[in-house]
Design a protein around this ligand. Structure first.
Ligand SMILES: NC(=O)c1ccc[n+]([C@@H]2O[C@H](COP(=O)([O-])OP(=O)(O)OC[C@H]3O[C@@H](n4cnc5c(N)ncnc54)[C@H](O)[C@@H]3O)[C@@H](O)[C@H]2O)c1
Length: 448
């Protein structure tokens, strides 16, 4: 009887590819070496695969090939070892080497256009490169967040244009990336991964690929379902954050402490999930992804009202922070015009270095527009170029804190000593409850 590792056994193309995964002889291509792609490439290389990253950024390709890390979730030494010592990871700007790959995983950006429509230009550009060089036996897996239907309606026809058939000659799947930057507990390896494909052979091959490095892989019956899972997850967060943001604005009006209310509500052992208010939502997922679903829903003559409402409330938060800052300053006999405002934190969330879509940009912009003299401190973001602003992080000194008319906490990085901040600052507006447990005078250190 022949085993599948018997050299004389004749394997079907799908079984042959699966065999290459299991023996780690498959070549893995990762297109887009950003927050998602680089950790993914490192994980696969660590598992024993030879990985080639493709990126149009010469700078990123150069850094990877020099073993230099530029993504917070990747360990510097691990990357350096994989590239320079073990030679299992390299990068290129050229797509000419795509045919060498057994798997091509696509992790390029999926932004929104100015009027909140999906902008698939990066996915389409990569799909065109892949389609031009597609060879039988390859698995193509899209990981970029997108609306349900992208894999079947956009990718598949492009890939089949030269006559190869999906599920027969090549395999196609969608598997959403769930990476949570900065999360030390859940990494690529122990975060359950959803995989969907139209054809049984594609699903089988894709499941086998992801199972090599991820502890629990969850199959769904189509790529559309997998795409919907991801946009639903981010919509779920956007809606719940909007709910607590709205509650924060109501509590402010009613003279209640929203943090106390949420902490007490969180003691219920069932039927509640904890979400917290803040100056708005940032990052490249939650403010954007729900609009992908909203856009697609219109094709079905359907209005996703929760998404629209959540977007409206969350986008209003920077203005609410501005209003509250003006009120506070006025209560202390000061106007915003020419006031010195020191912002703490411009990354879109705690303990990460990513400033993309950060609500801090809008808050700083609004403050500057009203004539405030703004500066910021962020231990993880040395330079902040957003919304026409170009600022460098200042040092956090007792003099600077004391000189500020208002210290505004917008991101609650762990590395900042909030005890020192409240001790030296004259007036603080804390939008993240970073000063929790410090026993502050709440006339002087005010919560959102
Ligand atoms: N960042 C996150 O936390 C996160 C989490 C889950 C899902 N996602 C999704 O993953 C996808 C990628 O996001 P990201 O944060 O890694 O983006 P990123 O901007 O950090 O990285 C994308 C990379 O793709 C490269 N690129 C763009 N067009 C290219 C092309 N035509 N050819 C080759 N390379 C190209 C860019 O140079 C960049 O290095 C998006 O759809 C995003 O929504 C992101």
């Amino acid at each position: 009887m022949s085993s599948k590792h018997d050299v004389n056994a004749v394997l079907s193309p799908a079984a042959e590819l699966i065999d290459k995964f299991e023996t780690r002889t498959a070549r893995v291509g990762v297109v887009g070496l950003g927050y998602v792609g680089l950790p993914f490439a490192v994980e696969k290389a660590k598992a024993g695969f030879r990985v080639l990253g493709f990126d149009r950024s010469a700078a990123r390709v150069g850094q990877v090939n020099a073993g230099e890390n530029y993504i917070g979730d990747v360990q510097d030494q691990e990357l350096a070892d994989l590239v320079l010592r073990e030679h299992r990871l390299e990068a290129t700007e050229s797509f000419a080497r795509l045919p060498e790959m057994d798997v091509v995983v696509i992790c390029v950006p999926t932004p929104l256009s100015r009027n909140l429509a999906p902008d698939l230009q990066f996915v389409v550009a990569v799909a065109a490169e892949v389609a031009r060089r597609l060879r039988p036996g390859q698995l193509i897996s899209l990981e970029s967040t997108t609306y349900p239907g992208t894999t079947e309606e956009i990718l598949k026809p492009m890939l089949e244009a030269n006559g190869l058939r999906e599920g027969v000659d090549f395999y196609l799947s969608f598997s959403p990336e769930r990476v949570d930057p900065g999360n030390k507990r859940y990494t690529t390896r122990n975060t359950n991964k959803v995989v969907g494909a139209a054809q049984p052979a594609s699903l089988e091959v894709a499941l086998a690929f992801y199972r090599q490095t991820i502890l629990n892989v969850v199959a769904v019956s189509s790529s559309q379902a997998a795409e919907m899972v991801k946009v639903f997850e981010n919509t779920f967060r956007a809606v719940n954050i909007a709910l607590v943001n709205e509650l924060a604005m109501l509590c402010d009006r009613m003279g209640l402490d929203v943090w106390e209310v949420l902490d007490a509500a969180g003691t219920k052992p069932f039927g509640i999930l904890s979400f917290y208010p803040g100056p708005g939502v940032g990052g490249h997922c939650i403010p954007l992804d729900p609009h992908y679903l909203e856009w697609k829903a219109r094709e079905f003559n359907f209005n996703t009202r929760f998404i629209a409402l959540a977007g409206e409330i969350n986008r209003r938060m920077p203005e609410f922070v501005l209003e509250k800052a003006m009120r506070l300053l006025s209560d202390h006999g000061r106007g915003l015009k020419s006031a010195r405002v020191l912002v703490l934190g411009v990354a879109y969330k705690k303990d990460i270095d990513d400033p993309r879509e950060s609500p801090s940009a809008e808050v700083l912009h609004l403050l500057a527009l009203r004539g405030a003299a703004v500066e910021y401190h962020d231990p993880l973001v040395p330079r902040f170029r957003e919304h026409g602003l170009d600022l460098a992080s200042v040092e956090l000194t007792a003099e600077r804190l004391d000189a500020a008319d208002l210290v505004l906490i917008l991101t609650d990085h762990t590395a900042v000593d909030y005890g020192f901040v409240v001790q030296c600052a004259r007036l603080v507006l804390d939008t993240r409850n970073a000063t929790r447990g410090l026993g502050c005078d709440r006339e002087r250190v005010v919560l959102l």
